[in-house]
Write a protein that binds this ligand. Structure first.
Ligand code: PEP
Length: 251
């Protein structure tokens, strides 16, 4: 049985004070919801403060990015060793990083290797762009992204994959539950080919892209979907709590 996971990606939103306030608004309700892993991914500068707030609760913390070197002359970067002290999860390969910061498959691969090495649990984001989707290339794109991201990684214990069609992120145009379920099933079959059926059945694969309290049920009813990576709706305490609650009821 895979425990569902809902992660809130706050992206480049919230000052330290706002991040603390947002966490305080949902802390008690989130903590009470069982059978779902709940992960908050605030900006780096808020990780330590939110880590203190959630201490002793069932809520986990994640970072939105990481560099692949452990230390040295890399001005402005944050290393896996620094994060390992603060949080459990780290989002890697988000489409916004691929698009605006030129993250290639090779960089994503190095980041995953570096994260796993220090015991961080990567949430690897993959997904096709609109023109690729319309050209019927979804399978080819996600297969290539999986192959490049997981090069020379023999053990993926701790990994979560988030299938995030780029055309659905922040657009209000979510995939349908059935579309997402189909592609996630396909990703699971690819993982089975790479790592065996047992590993594939244990792997959590999330859907991400305009998930809200209004459409969460559609996704959580799907057998292949093990949770969600939530952007915009994770900045609204009542929406995020509702998504987690629906997940707990349906999974
Ligand atoms: C995301 O940031 O990964 C995401 C899915 O954003 P949104 O929910 O806003 O589409």
């Amino acid at each position: 049985m895979r425990v569902p996971l809902i992660a809130g990606n706050w992206k480049m939103n919230t000052t330290l004070r706002e991040a603390v306030e947002l966490t305080q608004k949902m802390l008690r309700d989130l903590d009470k919801i069982k059978n779902v892993d709940k992960v908050l991914c605030p900006p780096f500068i808020s990780l330590a403060a939110i880590g203190e707030l959630i201490k002793g609760t069932s809520i986990k913390l994640g970072a939105q990015n990481v560099y692949f070197e452990e230390k040295g002359a890399y001005t402005g970067e944050i290393s896996p060793l620094m994060l390992a002290d603060l949080c459990d999860f780290v989002i890697i390969g988000h489409s916004e990083r691929r698009q605006y910061f030129n993250e290639t498959g090779e960089i994503v691969n190095r980041k995953i290797i570096a994260a796993l090495k220090v015991g961080l649990k990567p949430i690897l984001c993959i997904g096709e762009r609109l023109e690729e989707n319309e050209a019927g290339r979804t399978e080819e794109i996600v297969t290539n992204q999986l192959n490049s991201s997981l090069t020379e990684i023999s053990n993926i214990t701790g990994l979560t994959i988030a299938y995030e069609p780029v055309w659905a992120i922040g657009t209000g145009r979510a995939a349908t539950g059935r579309q997402a379920n189909e592609t996630i099933g396909l990703i699971r079959r690819k993982i089975s080919k790479l790592y065996g059926e047992r590993v594939a059945q244990d792997l959590r694969i999330l859907y991400g892209g305009s998930v809200t309290a209004d459409n969460a049920t559609e996704f959580m009813q799907q057998p292949e979907i093990d949770g969600a990576l939530v952007g915009g709706a994770s900045l609204k305490a009542d929406q995020f709590v509702s998504i987690v609650r629906q997940t707990s009821e349906l999974k």
